[in-house]
Design a protein around this ligand. Structure first.
Ligand code: PLP
Ligand code: COI
Length: 341
């Protein structure tokens, strides 16, 4: 066993092919036993349901090297549960939770040389996904599916890592009321592609999506939930049926309350009240906690008091505690850490 020759500290968030991936096929109403494969290519019908009607869902989590040299991942059972919700909403078969977690562990073990070393700032991103693979031309779910897990080493999602970013209030919607915003379906991300290209073209790092019904409430960004810190140091996160229930956000609410003794609140957040907050961050597996320094609402700049130079003090405490738990420096709540090796 030898670590791959990769410049870990300079990785961005992009795909690097690793050696093995997990593959299981669903046919005649059942999942096969699954296998590890070296083949990163997929061949299927031109009329596969995923290609014609976007029947695909995915998950994202990370493997970390801890301070004492173990390799662990963070709450994979919650990814299994969320994927179950996603599968049900898109009429796809559920990949059983125990098998999901077991397959995550095996896939990381098979790619152990790609797990970035402790302290490098990089992690191994794990991407489980499932798609309808047989031909359908009338609009209906597929009968055959493939579930796969690949891994890829990654650095920070936003260039500059912990540097505050600038986002804009988007005129495009990401999810419809009573739609699919609460599940991790590829179609939600297809919806956001034009919006993110347009945001980048105009010099913004991300989009803040508002509730599509009234356009007055904060929802989330294309790939993360919001956390706000009030001037009296309370943690607020938007409550909505059309945002993804972020595992990072749910964990941070526990960290804020139980580890930092802060008051936390999940409630509707009006765009109008953001100007009164002290700090803002984006939280997610890829984003970890990325601080937001400025929010631009159609030319009107909302500058968070934490500024554009560094993370606000409370965001930093949350970041340090969460990553401390993930990297084994701080004791984790029962069941949060799955040891891989
Ligand atoms: N919201 C969206 C739209 C996402 O794509 C993600 C990433 O998974 C999140 C939020 C954060 O979720 P989690 O913390 O489970 O990674
Ligand atoms: C993740 O954080 O795992 C995601 O899926 C977000 C995506 C934008 C990379």
């Amino acid at each position: 066993m030898a670590k791959k020759d990769i410049d870990w500290s300079n990785l961005g968030f992009s795909y690097i092919k690793t050696d093995k991936r997990y593959v299981s096929n669903f046919k005649d109403g059942a999942w096969d036993e699954g296998t590890m494969s070296t083949d990163d290519q997929i061949t299927m019908s031109e009329c596969a349901c995923v290609l014609q009607y976007a029947q695909t869902i995915f998950e994202g989590l990370k493997a970390y090297t801890t301070e004492d040299g173990r390799v662990v991942c963070f709450r994979p059972d919650l990814n299994a549960e969320r994927m179950e919700q996603s599968a049900k909403r898109l009429e796809m078969p559920v990949f059983p939770k125990e098998r999901f977690v077991d397959a995550i562990v095996k896939t990381v073990q098979e790619n152990i040389d790609y797990v970035p070393p402790y302290g490098s700032g990089a992690t191994l991103y794990i991407r489980p996904f499932m798609f309808g693979s047989n031909a359908v031309i009338g609009v209906k779910p597929a009968d055959e599916y493939q579930f796969r897990i690949f891994t890829t080493p990654v650095g920070p999602y936003f260039k500059g890592g912990a540097k505050p970013i600038t986002i804009r209030v988007s005129d495009f919607d990401r999810a419809a009321p009573h739609g699919t915003g609460h599940i991790k379906a590829g179609l939600n991300y297809a919806m956001s592609l034009h919006a993110i290209v347009d945001a980048h073209d105009k010099g913004f790092d991300e989009n803040m999506y508002l509730d599509p019904g009234s356009r007055t409430k904060v929802e989330e960004t294309g790939g993360a939930n919001f956390l706000f810190v009030t001037k009296d140091n309370k943690i607020i996160t938007p409550k909505s049926d059309s945002i993804l229930p972020s595992i990072t956000r749910r964990s941070l609410m526990v960290v804020a309350k139980e580890y930092l003794g802060l008051e936390v609140e999940e409630r509707e957040v009006l765009l109008e009240e953001i100007k009164d907050f002290a700090e803002c961050g984006l939280c997610g597996t890829a984003a970890v906690i990325s601080p937001v320094g400025k929010i631009v609402d159609h030319g009107k700049e909302i500058c968070l008091p934490s500024g554009m130079d560094e993370m606000g003090p409370t965001t930093k405490k949350l970041y340090d505690t969460l990553t401390g738990i993930q990297m084994g420096r701080i004791d984790a709540p029962e069941g949060w850490i799955k040891v891989i090796q």
